[in-house]
Write a protein that binds this ligand. Structure first.
Ligand SMILES: CC(C)(COP(=O)(O)OP(=O)(O)OC[C@H]1O[C@@H](n2cnc3c(N)ncnc32)[C@H](O)[C@@H]1OP(=O)(O)O)[C@@H](O)C(=O)NCCC(=O)NCCS
Length: 189
């Protein structure tokens, strides 16, 4: 990758890194789990589709405006993939939307907080983005809790359709300035 590639990036327990074709079985283990996918915008992929997605993300430009870029969350010691974070920087480069998923065996340990917090730091460090946003289904308590824990403010709700059913979506946002005002021991927020 180019010398400016913002990945990999490490935390105490995790490595944020590029996805690769070697991640196929670990990737499918959580991407095919209906509980993990319940409120996700993506749908399960066949192994062939997943391989080509992993390959595409391995070589994609990181954080290019207007494109979703998927970051792998790996166990720092084993380098095994345990989840991923999607980032889409807006066309004008000023806002980024994030989405995230962690395999069920890795939930409930603060690992999503560690990973998503680091990813927010990466976005602010590597781009001119002024605000990071996330949209989550109102019923997705773990995601809403995580976003609040990261210091993201609940800025709105709207009616939406998800897989043919009406739902309410909550939008959370964190401004670069607000993050900079918070102390380092409060994590990424
Ligand atoms: C959303 C999701 C990533 C949250 O994962 P998570 O593991 O619950 O989130 P966190 O990393 O913040 O972990 C918080 C839990 O770990 C516990 N924990 C344990 N050790 C911890 C530590 N060292 N630090 C912080 N929390 C810790 C917390 O007490 C909390 O438990 P609780 O929920 O019982 O109160 C996960 O539920 C998921 O992947 N869901 C499916 C995909 C999805 O819906 N994504 C959202 C799309 S917008």
């Amino acid at each position: 990758m180019s010398p400016r590639d913002p990945l990999p990036r490490r935390t105490e327990r995790l490595t944020l890194r590029r996805l690769s074709r070697d991640d196929l079985s670990a990737f499918q283990a959580y991407r095919l789990d209906p509980v993990v996918g319940e409120y996700q915008g993506w749908s399960p992929m066949s192994d062939d589709q997943a391989l080509s997605f992993l390959h595409e993300m391995n070589g994609a430009a990181a954080l290019a405006p207007g494109e979703w870029f998927q970051i792998g969350i790996a166990d720092r010691r084993s380098n095994t993939l345990i989840g991923d974070i999607g980032v889409c920087v807006s066309g004008n480069g000023l806002e980024a939307e994030i989405g995230f998923a962690l395999g069920r065996p890795h939930q409930g340990q603060g690992l999503a907080r560690e990973a998503v917090g680091e990813a927010i730091g990466l976005i602010f460090d590597a781009t001119d983005v002024q605000r990071v946003v996330a949209v989550t289904d109102a019923r997705n308590d773990p995601a809403r809790k995580l976003l609040s824990t990261l210091g993201m403010a609940h800025i709105g709700e709207h009616q939406a359709m998800f897989r043919g059913e009406p739902c309410v979506e909550h939008t959370f946002a964190l401004a670069r300035k607000r993050r900079e005002r918070r102390s380092p021991d409060e994590g990424a927020a």
